[in-house]
Design a protein around this ligand. Structure first.
Ligand SMILES: Cc1cc2nc3c(=O)[nH]c(=O)nc-3n(C[C@H](O)[C@H](O)[C@H](O)COP(=O)(O)O)c2cc1C
Length: 195
């Protein structure tokens, strides 16, 4: 995959990632230097537990693409809108921007290997997967907890990420009820508490 083309929405000079604790680049926990990201900030963000999704689409020449994404969230019920964000460094950014539709595949607890696969450097991410075709051909991954098929409605610049807002045109829930969870840089399982 090619590197993305620089655009006004995604400047080439995104923040330098300094893998330093905040004490080394700042006093306290105040992010004074706008061009430096300290490890403590990323760790603090990681304390927010999320689910895990794989967002899929087709490139203009019909190739299936997908990326592991935990930034997925609900935006609006009426109209039905969701959001997610993609790094400006993603080689798949241009293809996602151009796609008329994409699909958000919500991963189930036993699909951690799929999350790893779509977060890897491997270009052949769909190899062992069973999929069906969603709107505009966006791949729907078998065995997920839910699927949201979205029109690629709006994209907003968000620093070193591009924020996608999608209009949900079709959705479904799967049989898998236990979600895959990501927290503090690790996968987790929900612990069911007795009632
Ligand atoms: C659990 C998890 C959640 C992730 N969430 C996001 C995300 O929301 N946005 C993003 O750009 N990258 C996210 N990533 C990183 C990408 O999946 C990873 O960088 C992947 O290689 C991107 O694909 P690309 O090489 O096509 O850009 C996440 C990775 C993991 C393991």
């Amino acid at each position: 995959m090619d590197r993305p083309i620089n655009s006004p929405e995604c400047p080439a000079s995104s923040a330098a990632l300094a893998d330093l604790p905040c004490e080394s680049c700042d006093t306290g926990r105040v992010l004074a230097a706008r061009d430096v990201v300290c490890r403590d900030f990323r760790d603090a963000l990681g304390s927010f537990a999320t689910g895990v999704t794989v967002v899929t689409a087709l490139t203009p020449d019909g190739q299936a693409i997908g990326v592991t994404v935990s930034s997925f969230n609900a935006v609006s019920l009426q109209p039905p809108l969701i959001l997610w964000s993609l790094s400006c460094n993603s080689p798949r950014l241009a293809a996602f921007r151009a796609a008329s539709h994409y699909a958000v595949n919500v991963l189930a607890a036993e699909q951690q290997w799929i999350s790893d696969c779509f977060a890897s450097r491997d270009d052949d991410r769909f190899g062992p997967l069973e999929t069906s075709q969603g709107l505009a051909g966006a791949p729907l991954i078998k065995g997920c907890s839910a699927w949201f098929e979205c029109a690629n409605e709006v994209q907003h610049p968000g620093g070193d990420h591009l924020v996608f807002i999608g209009r949900v045109e079709r959705f479904a829930r799967g049989d898998a009820r236990e979600p895959l969870i990501f927290h503090g840089g690790d996968y987790r399982q929900l612990q069911t508490t007795a009632k």
